[in-house]
Design a protein around this ligand. Structure first.
Ligand code: TNX
Length: 615
């Protein structure tokens, strides 16, 4: 009798999916509680809105969305709030006081919809409602009946963008902020200065931009120890004027997003030295704005000139950014220059500091004192713990969780952003050589999703110091807006769920196989670039056997999967996967099954290759 092994690469039992629909109704981040009830609400041109909120950010978000759908809603008198009128949507603060911080409630019945919340909470309720109404990318206006109750896990839900290594326009930054708001992130960490370019106009020091924002050329390819570096021979620059900054701050505020500006010191600052060499320990030396990646030996000298200069810079920065936090960097400060400098060595002795780390700590404390005197607080990268942490600083733990744990134990607030936790979106998303140039580390979607910002080693009391989580988009190798999209999405959606959703509600299968495909289709329609995930149900691998059942699902709603078994790269001229395949491989042979996912917009996944082997 013929011996056959049936290997099921994936079993996506559709009847099973039908029986247990996505418990979160497509919403990312998954809400705290979703209770489905029978029936659906049909949103139409006849639906009236009832609200007494005027000039309200949540209400504006709702009206703008409806306007973009050509669904202007007629307003009914707010006196009807709570009256149970049919075919209405009530948007109200009434009853919001009983909700948790930044929480909201939505009830959808066949007759009407009621969204309750206050401030940011109501705004998040509207974002959830918008996701419900734009599902499956067909902008269906049919909303299943449900009761949703929701609030965030962490108060700080951050996303960073490095605009120094590569510069991104105001329009793009605003698009980025919009995206954050859709997924309930609330802190935009704007990395405005670094060795490779100063990007914010400072009126008192015009050379910061006229000199410091421009580099003569950029290093090509991955930075390494080799001395055969290639450069692109192309000048690069860009900065934001103060008026542009004000515009972005207002744009973010309208979406309940706080901006955390970062001004790097005392390291990552050679662009400042190029503009104002008197800030260095060797003022007669010539400095140029960084053209390569990685660190530089020359950093700010802890002199009175430097402190005065930085205070003046920070004064202008604080006038532009109204938020509580000013990020002062503090990472990777090379100590070479301080070790060589007589002035620094004398300073260490005179101030009874232990060593150069003590000097770094002195530097940060002094800046903190100034920032605190203006009623603001500093955030710094975890290096600011070295040599003793500034008294009121919040720590961003990026070199793993160690710094964050130590800071939480010392009763400092902590934002977790470890590269090792899948939160560095400059790391590659798969091990395929079809991925674009990236900085090195490996952070697939699943890894980001699995991250938990609260280390178990902390006591319950210490855990309260973890105020949130953030992902970072460093742009040494991200030269275009399109590539920002590619590196950001879909991982940012995983970040949103890590930051918002109670851990017990997290479900990677539902997230990656049901909600991500819907959301990606929605983002595609909005013009976002993103990494098209590979077909659901396949991984690059070898599978052994003679008979193979293959069941796949597109990773973006509405996308098509094409495949080949002839060894050639699949493209849209190949067979389209429509229904489960059954492939037989004779004894001693191998068949190479390759797939590509192509979204309606034409965006393509990498090609997967599965060897079906009967050898
Ligand atoms: C480390 S994270 C840096 C950045 C780089 C990044 C690249 C941090 C505080 N410093 O300057 O861009 O790695 O992944």
């Amino acid at each position: 009798m013929k011996y056959t092994i049936i290997i099921v690469l994936i079993l996506l039992n559709t009847s099973c999916i039908a029986q247990s629909p996505d418990p979160y109704m497509g919403i990312i981040p998954a809400p705290v509680s979703v209770k489905r009830t029978n029936g659906e609400f049909i949103y139409s041109h006849e639906t009236h809105v009832i609200s007494q909120l005027e000039n309200n950010r949540a209400m504006n978000a709702y009206l703008n969305f409806m306007h973009s759908r050509d669904m202007e809603t007629k307003k009914l008198s707010s006196a009807r709030e709570g009256g149970g009128y049919e075919n209405t949507i009530t948007i109200t603060e009434d009853g919001a006081d009983a909700l948790p911080a930044d929480g909201y409630k939505i009830s959808i019945t066949e007759k009407n919809i009621r969204i309750v919340g206050k401030g940011a909470g109501l705004f998040y309720g509207i974002q959830t409602f918008i996701q419900l109404i734009s599902q499956n990318n067909n902008y269906s206006m049919v909303i299943p009946c449900a009761e949703i109750e929701d609030y965030p896990r962490f108060p700080y839900r951050g996303l960073h963008l490095d605009v120094s290594r590569h510069f991104f326009s105001v329009a793009f930054v605003e698009k980025y902020i919009d995206l954050m708001a859709s997924y309930k992130l609330n802190n935009f960490h704007w990395h405005l200065t670094d060795d490779q370019g100063w990007r914010i106009e400072i009126r008192k020091y015009p050379k910061l931009t006229s000199v410091g924002s421009k580099r003569a050329q950029s290093r090509v390819g991955r930075y390494g120890p080799d001395s055969t570096a290639l450069f692109d021979n192309t000048p690069y620059g860009g900065f934001y004027t103060q008026d542009e900054i004000k515009e972005v701050v207002a744009y973010a505020t309208a979406r309940y997003i706080n901006i955390v500006p970062e001004i790097e010191m005392p390291g990552h600052s050679i662009e400042m030295l190029a503009a104002y060499p008197e800030l260095s320990c060797e003022p007669d030396k010539k400095y140029k704005v960084g053209e390569t990646w990685g660190g530089f030996d020359d950093v700010l000298c802890p002199s009175e000139t430097t402190f005065k200069f930085m205070e003046n810079v920070l004064t202008e920065v604080m006038e532009l950014f109204p938020g509580k936090y000013i990020h002062i960097g503090g990472d990777e400060c090379n100590k070479v220059a301080w070790k060589k400098s007589k002035y620094c060595q004398q300073f260490i002795k005179e101030h009874d500091l232990k060593d150069e780390e003590g000097l770094q700590s002195y530097f940060i404390r002094r800046i903190e004192k100034f920032v605190n005197s203006k009623g603001r607080s500093i955030i710094g990268w975890d290096e600011i713990l070295e040599g003793g942490v500034a008294p009121n600083a919040t720590i961003m733990s990026w070199r793993g969780e160690k710094g964050g744990i130590a800071a939480a134990q010392q009763n400092h607030h902590v934002i977790m952003t470890p590269g090792s936790g899948g939160l560095y979106f400059d790391h590659r998303q798969s091990k395929s050589d079809q991925e674009p140039l990236s900085i090195g580390g490996y952070a697939p979607l699943e890894k980001t999703y699995a991250y938990d910002p609260v280390p178990a080693v902390l006591s319950a009391e210490e855990q309260k110091n973890i105020i949130g989580v953030q992902a970072n988009v460093w742009t040494e190798y991200i030269t275009t807006e399109q590539k920002v999209g590619y590196m950001l999405l879909p991982r940012m959606l995983a970040l949103a769920e890590v930051a918002w959703t109670p851990p017990s509600n997290k479900n990677y299968e539902d997230f990656s196989e049901t909600r991500i495909p819907q959301q990606l289709a929605r983002l595609d329609a909005k013009g976002w670039d993103y990494r098209v995930p590979v077909a659901i149900g396949l991984k690059d691998s070898i599978v052994r056997g003679s008979e193979f059942n293959i069941e796949l699902k597109p990773s973006v709603a509405g996308a098509k999967i094409y495949y080949t078994i002839d060894g050639y790269l699949p493209r849209e001229t190949d067979m389209e996967y429509i229904k489960p395949l059954h492939l037989s491989v004779p004894a001693g042979k191998e068949m190479i099954f390759q797939t590509i996912v192509i979204a309606a917009s034409g965006k393509r996944s990498i090609v997967t290759k599965t060897v079906l082997s009967n050898k």
